[in-house]
Design a protein around this ligand. Sequence first.
Ligand code: HEM
Length: 393
Amino acid sequence: MSSTIPTYRPDVYSREAILDPYPHYDQLRALGPVVRLAKQRALAVTRYDDCKQVLLDDATFVSGRGVALNPVANRLSRGTTLNSDGEEHDRRRKILASRLTPKSLRSMREEVERRADAVVAAAVEKQHVDGVADIAEALPTSFVPDLIGWPQEGRENLLRWAGATFDSLGPVNAQTLRTAPSTIGMMRFARSVVRRDAVLPGSMGADLLEKAASGEVERGECPALMIDYLAPSLDTTISAIASALMLLAEHPDQWAALKADPSLIPNTVNEVVRLESPLRAFARDTEVGGVAVPAGSRVVVFYASANRDERVWDAPTSFDITRDAAAQLGFGQGSHGCAGQGLARLETQSILRSVVERVDRIEVTGQLTWGLNNIIHKLDHLPLRLVPVGEGE
Ligand code: HEM
């Protein structure tokens, strides 16, 4: 069986591949449904149908031994929703999910839209902005930590900590080692927040600590669960918002289509997450009848490659906000499908709505740069000019 699996030698987690991953994904998809990654000693699944099949079959492809590509991170992330299976997973997911139901999201909508509009209004006032620092980071670094109940102190570290937490889920490489102290910093801080009961009143974190007080949840689980909801909420959403601004600036025809018909905003978010998927890949272990299948059994699911699979998408590399992009896999699929996607969509759509209302034209004015992270595909800088409505030449 293993002799029929082709091998791919280039390192898809090298600096160059992180910065420009798509040629690697194209080659992996062409090689076959399953390809051995020589460097990581893991099996890559990169075609749409196969990725979906793995994600939906959570009895065979388990998350409970970790979704990272290194054993240290798989050990450290025990206790999270992401890193659990079956009833344990359902229980953890339910603990905080009540804050992210469609009903809860409806009650937040007005506040998120108000905050988004203030962010966009301030950016339009400046005209020349960094689309990442001045727009994309605003809601994920304020609204979401408030919701989760992360105290004000230590917020200046959040982006660094959360980025490092994602980095740590890659293979052991220079990135993982460089960012290890920040990953540990976030865990230490979460433990101290729980120990001091320092969560904001009325927040998800406050619910969690109440559940711990009543014995519904073990107190020892709380730090991991606080991180569970915060860490994946930042860079992912920042990536989606910044990539949306970049793509709209680079494609004036799509920008014009969105201005003409703002009801395309929800689908635009799907198309952005499809084309520039914020989360590259996560792993699964294979298990048959409850027994781990040993050698080479770690399977890496490349969401970002599935989202450009030519077998499924017409002109997969074009940005087209009118195509039906709802089936994209950028939020995952199945039991581990993103628990925060409603919130991420609300944040991204609210920013886009205000941009469409307040801006006549968007231009990229300088060199944009992509960040280096094993898991997250995200712009670091996006120099933009926002020409306000009424001032277009
Ligand atoms: C555009 C933004 C986002 C993207 C692209 C994204 C992507 C993903 C993906 C691909 C997964 C699946 C992981 C797997 O298959 O193992 C996931 C899971 C998860 N996401 Fe997101 N995410 C985003 C925003 C958020 C936000 C805002 C939150 C929190 C408020 C969040 C919380 C979670 C959690 C808790 C899980 C684990 C779910 C589970 O294992 O059951 N995400 N996300």
